[in-house]
Each structure stands twice: as structure tokens, then as C-alpha cells.
Unconditional design. Structure first.
Length: 118
């Protein structure tokens, strides 16, 4: 995200046509595999990453009563996986870790398309 809090929607790269296979003199065509260098044009595109610890719902009256030290109970239990979003799309689940006195996330599960309910 940039200073203007804008997010960028990236195209779904899975819908791209496969790379063409060059034919060689023998019967079988040579197949190409995609590598990280094929994505070089998008390496500098910024993405928004969110690690969601949990969610809570409350009415406005309760929200206005919140003060320093107030507790907001989330819908997750201690040790339960947190959701990791890239550009508002659920892509992984992970565990909260501490690295050099800073919070981080270790990804424990990669979410494939159509697998968001597990």
C-alpha cells in the first residue's frame, strides 16, 4: 500500500496461456516450465498483506464505551491459525511468532482457490 492507502488488484496469472512449446526435429515437442523469472515484470508491484488474528462484532454504544485497557474478545482461540490475506484474498493460514521482539507469522497452510472453508 502506498501513502494514499490505495490497493492494487493483480490479474489472475493462472488464466494466462501456457508458454508455446518449440518443436524439435524428433517426434516429441520440447516443453517449457514457468520459473520465477517469468514473473519479473510484476516483482515491483506493491501488494497489501493482512494477518487477521480474529474478528469481533459490537454495537456502536459498546464501541463508544471502550477505553484504555478494555478487552475485545475475538472469535479465535489461543493457538488457532490466523488468516493471511493478500489484496483482500485469503491465501494462507499461519501461526503467530515472535522474531527479535517483533511479531511475525509462520505460514502453515496455503489456501488454493475454492478452498476457503477449511
Amino acid at each position: 500500500m502506498d501513502e494514499n492507502n490505495e490497493s492494487y488488484d493483480l490479474p489472475d496469472l493462472s488464466e494466462l496461456d501456457p508458454l508455446p512449446a518449440e518443436t524439435v526435429q524428433d517426434e516429441a515437442p520440447q516443453q517449457y516450465t514457468r520459473t520465477a523469472t517469468d514473473l519479473a515484470p510484476v516483482f515491483d508491484v506493491p501488494v497489501n498483506i493482512k494477518a487477521v488474528l480474529g474478528r469481533a462484532t459490537m454495537d456502536v454504544a459498546s464501541l463508544l464505551k471502550l477505553a484504555r485497557g478494555s478487552l475485545i474478545e475475538l472469535d479465535r482461540r489461543v493457538g488457532e491459525a490466523i488468516d493471511i490475506y493478500v489484496n483482500n484474498r485469503l491465501v494462507a493460514r499461519g501461526e503467530l511468532v515472535v522474531v527479535d521482539e517483533r511479531l511475525g507469522v509462520t505460514m502453515t497452510e496455503i489456501i488454493k482457490d475454492n478452498d476457503t472453508n477449511s
